[in-house]
Design a binder for this molecule. Structure first.
Ligand code: ADP
Length: 454
């Protein structure tokens, strides 16, 4: 089908509101009013924008006797082109490939003029489409394959205050002069409804965007102030002790010098951990956490991590209690080590008076449950659900001077969840905490037993 632009004599351009409303005053007016209400009802439905536009266009065509096919074009300011947003009777995928410049074809002309165009004859209809670019024509031919020649066409602008946001185009494939002034009047009213709805959706989207941006900025500010705070403590200490060591007049004993250097060394470790956690957390946020999955003997992994921790944490006593036959799990051993180390670090850190730290692993039908229990300060019930939020730290009582990033548990949470497991905590305030995490066990065809505890 070869619609095309008007030759020297343009098809009828109709200024909005200048035509009378023959059909809304005629006996068929009830039908048209009903149609307007029904279309309005589609526009206020909760459906997503694409479904809504499709339903709207198909509802419109079914109520417009002369229309056999219809398309909705929206203006994309970035590319200065009209793009098909929805269509009935066309192949939408092909139509979507077209990029119509303002002034090009019927949609482009309606858009440019901000006025409806009625092509009453096949000649006018072909003329108004004649200036399609080669690329657009190719897609248009594909989009209208099998439709036959358009005998008449009607284009109506979608107007909002001060601008045209798109165009509705309808084709008649059966009878010349198919579209009446009544159709035009009806379509312009309906186009006003559609414009309002599209503009509303756009404003809602903008609002959501600015709210999200506000929230993102707030989080960023919070992040910076948290980081500045967490870094200031170790930096102040490093600065203080190194300045003291550099003072020429001060004569510190070799033991004192060593003690100062020890503190500097520890504070550097704290800073290093903090920076590592921040980087790790940003990798997770960017969705770049990569797992190198392989069969893992959990019993061995747990024992190694606990042994290493026991060497460093002298104030605590460690007990490992593993089920007799732990299944082999499919996991990233480095990441699971990281989770376990973090839970053990916390168990030690939040047990300022030392105590027993018990590490258990038990086998359930579809998962292995690993737990780390301490006899430390515990966690208040109102904090239990916040533990895995980024930067959450319960800075109360005994533990307000304990340094940390508030990132360890969120990172552990992300790692466990990316393995398909769960992580949670139970605690009695003042008596200790137990952290649990699970790892799924492959079905009976995949896994084999480790064959007993280590
Ligand atoms: P960090 O320990 O670096 O502050 P985490 O994300 O590992 O960060 O932990 C978040 C918070 O959860 C801690 O600040 C602490 O308040 C609480 N918490 C974590 N583990 C324990 C524990 N074993 N006992 C008591 N409180 C804990």
């Amino acid at each position: 089908m070869d619609e095309q632009p008007g030759g020297p004599v343009p098809p009828t351009s109709v200024k909005r509101g200048h035509q009378s409303s023959p059909e809304l005053q005629a006996p068929g007016q009830d039908q048209r009013l009903l149609a307007v209400f029904e279309l309005a009802r589609i526009l206020v439905s909760e459906d997503d924008q694409q479904t809504l536009l499709t339903q709207f266009l198909s509802g419109l065509i079914s109520r417009l006797e002369a229309a056999d096919a219809g398309s909705l074009w929206l203006y994309d300011a970035a590319s200065d082109r009209l793009v098909a947003a929805s269509a009935q009777g066309y192949d939408l995928a092909s139509l979507r490939q077209m990029r119509l410049a303002p002034g090009e074809a019927i949609a482009g002309k309606v858009f440019q003029r901000g006025e409806s165009i009625l092509c009453s004859t096949p000649g006018e209809t072909a003329d108004v489409m004649a200036d399609l670019t080669d690329a657009n024509r190719q897609f248009f031919v594909q989009a209208t394959a099998g439709l036959g020649e358009a005998l008449s066409a009607l284009g109506v602008p979608l107007l909002t205050v001060g601008s045209t946001i798109g165009v509705l185009v309808f084709l008649n494939l059966q009878q010349p002069s198919g579209f009446t002034n009544g159709d035009l009047f009806f379509l312009e009213r309906v186009a006003d409804l559609l414009s309002l709805s599209i503009e509303n959706a756009r404003l809602r989207e903008e609002l959501r965007g600015s709210e999200a941006l506000g929230e993102a900025n707030r989080l960023k500010a919070e992040l910076i102030s948290t980081l500045a705070h967490e870094m200031r403590t170790p930096l102040t200490s490093i600065k203080g002790y190194s300045t003291a060591l550099l003072m020429e007049e001060a004569a510190f004993s070799p033991e004192t010098q060593r003690e100062f250097l020890q503190i500097i060394d520890e504070e550097c470790d704290t800073l290093q951990h903090l920076i590592r956690d921040i980087l790790e957390s940003s990798v997770i946020d960017a969705g770049l956490l990569k797992l190198e999955m392989q069969p893992v003997l959990l019993a061995r992994l747990i024992q190694e991590v606990v042994d290493d921790m026991a060497r460093r944490a002298v104030g605590c006593r460690f007990v490992v209690d593993l089920a007799d036959r732990l299944p082999v799990v499919e996991a990233d051993p480095e990441r699971i080590t990281q989770v376990l180390r973090n839970l053990l670090d916390n168990a030690v850190k939040y047990s300022p008076g030392g105590g027993l730290i018990m590490v258990r692993a038990e086998s359930r039908p579809e998962e292995v449950v690993v737990s780390v229990a301490d006899q430390g300060v515990g966690i208040a019930p109102e904090h239990l659900h916040q533990l895995f939020e980024k930067f959450f730290r319960a800075k109360t009582g005994l533990i307000q001077h304990i340094v940390g990033s508030g990132l360890g548990l969120p990172i552990s949470h992300a790692i466990v969840e990316s393995h398909g497991g769960r992580i949670w905590a139970e605690s009695v305030s003042g008596q200790g905490s137990t952290f649990y995490f699970t790892l799924p066990v492959p079905g009976p065809d995949h896994g084999s037993d480790e064959g007993g505890a280590e």
